[in-house]
Design a binder for this molecule. Structure first.
Ligand code: GA4
Length: 337
C-alpha cells in the first residue's frame, strides 16, 4: 500500500514519500508503482525479498575496505579515464568535489573476482558478498521494471528488464562512505551575539554528493541508519529522506525518462554530510549494454505525444554524461523539440 511517511521540511507542508509493499497483489502494485514514478520518480520498497544477511555481508565488506589506510585504498584509485575503482572527494572528471570516498565496481563476476584480489585480504569473501548482493538487487530491479512495463501497457513485458539481465549490461555497484568530519571554521559570524566565534565547529550543511540525476534506467539505494539523503520534488523543494537500513529506495534514472517518453522524470537528489555520524550507502545502478539503443517505447509515442528525444546508444549517452558536470541536465542534448 502507498503509506506516505510524512516528512516536514523547513519551509513547508508535510510531504509524503510513497512506500510500496511489494507483497501486495499485482494489479494494485502496478498502479502504485506507475503513480509513484510519475509523481516523484522515487519510492521506498518494503517486503522486497532481499535477505538482510545479504545486505549485512556487503555492508561489513564495505566498512572493512573504507577502514583501511588511505594509501592502501589509493591503490584502487579510479581513472584517469576509467570511473571504476576507489575515489576520494573527486567526482567524475570535470572538477566536481564531494565530502566522501567511494568504490565503483562493474557488476560482472569476472571483473569483481579480478578487483577483489586487490581490494580485500579475503578476496573470495569480498567477491561473494558483492556478487550475492548484485544478484539479489538485480532481481529486485527487474521485478520492478516488469511491473512498470505492465502498468504502462507495454506489449513486450520484459523489454526493460531484458536490458538489465543482459550479460553485457553496464550496471554498476557503488559504495559511498561519508565520514563524520565536522569542519572547524575559524571566525564564523554569530548573528545572535553580533560577534565572530573563534575555532568553532560549524553545523552548516555541507554537500557530501552534489545535486544530480542518475543517468541509468533504475537505481536501488540502501544506506545505514544515518540520514543525509535528499530528493528534489517537481516544485523544486528539497525533502530529506529518512534512512531505513532494511529497505530500499528506488530512483528513476535519465534512461527510463527517455524510454517512457517523459512520462516518468528522473529525480534530482543529493547527499548532505553533516549528520554527526559516518554514513555508508550501497547503490546499484541498473543500466543497459553499451550498444543498446535508448529510445521511447512505441506504445508511449503518438501523434498527440511525439517522441521527446532522439534515439541514442547507452555508450553515446555515457560519453555525454562524463563530458559534463555532475549537476548538468544532460538529456537536454538529446531533446528533439
Ligand atoms: C551519478 C550516478 C553514478 O554514481 C555514476 C556517477 C558518475 C561518477 O561518479 O563517476 C558521474 C555521475 C554519476 C553523473 C555525471 C558524471 C558521471 C560523475 C559525473 C560528474 C557512477 C554515474 O553513472 O553517473
Amino acid at each position: 500500500m502507498v503509506s506516505p511517511s510524512m516528512l516536514r521540511t523547513k519551509k513547508t507542508k508535510a510531504v509524503g514519500i510513497p512506500t510500496i509493499d511489494l507483497s501486495l497483489g499485482r494489479s494494485k502494485l502496478v498502479k502504485l508503482i506507475v503513480k509513484a514514478c510519475e509523481e516523484f520518480g522515487f519510492f521506498k520498497v518494503t517486503n522486497h525479498g532481499v535477505p538482510m544477511e545479504v545486505i549485512s555481508r556487503l555492508e561489513e565488506e564495505g566498512s572493512g575496505f573504507f577502514a583501511k589506510p588511505v594509501a592502501e585504498k589509493e591503490k584502487q584509485r579510479a581513472g584517469p579515464i576509467s570511473p571504476f575503482g576507489y575515489g576520494n572527494k573527486n567526482i567524475g572528471f570535470n572538477g566536481d568535489l564531494g565530502e566522501l570516498e567511494y568504490l565503483i565496481l562493474q557488476t560482472n563476476p569476472i571483473s569483481i573476482a579480478e578487483r577483489s584480489k586487490a581490494i580485500s585480504n579475503d578476496p573470495l569473501k569480498f567477491s561473494c558478498a558483492v556478487n550475492d548482493y548484485i544478484q539479489s538487487v538485480r532481481e529486485l530491479t527487474c521485478e520492478i521494471l516488469d511491473l512498470v512495463s505492465e502498468g504502462l501497457g507495454i506489449s513486450d513485458k520484459f523489454v526493460l528488464s531484458r536490458l538489465i539481465r543482459d550479460v553485457q549490461s553496464d550496471s554498476v555497484l557503488r559504495l559511498n562512505h561519508y565520514p563524520n568530519s565536522p569542519v572547524k571554521e575559524v571566525n564564523e559570524w554569530d548573528p545572535s551575539t553580533g560577534k565572530f566565534r573563534e575555532n568553532h565547529y560549524s553545523k552548516k550543511s555541507r554537500v557530501g554528493f552534489g545535486e544530480h540525476s542518475d543517468p541509468q534506467i533504475l537505481t536501488i539505494l540502501r544506506s545505514n541508519d544515518v540520514g543525509g539523503f535528499q530528493i528534489c520534488l517537481h516544485d523544486g523543494l528539497w525533502v530529506p529522506v529518512p534512512p531505513h537500513p532494511s529497505e530500499f529506495y528506488v530512483i528513476v534514472g535519465d534512461a527510463l525518462q527517455v524510454l517512457t517518453n517523459g512520462r516518468f522524470t528522473s529525480v534530482r537528489h543529493r547527499a548532505m554530510a553533516n549528520s554527526g555520524r559516518a554514513r555508508m550507502s550501497m547503490v546499484y545502478f541498473g543500466a543497459p549494454p553499451l550498444d543498446a539503443w535508448i529510445t521511447s517505447l512505441p506504445e508511449l509515442v503518438s501523434s498527440q505525444r511525439p517522441s521527446l528525444y532522439k534515439p541514442f546508444t547507452w555508450s553515446e549517452y555515457k560519453k555525454a554524461v562524463y563530458s559534463l558536470r555532475l549537476g548538468d541536465t544532460r538529456l537536454d542534448l538529446f531533446k528533439l523539440h
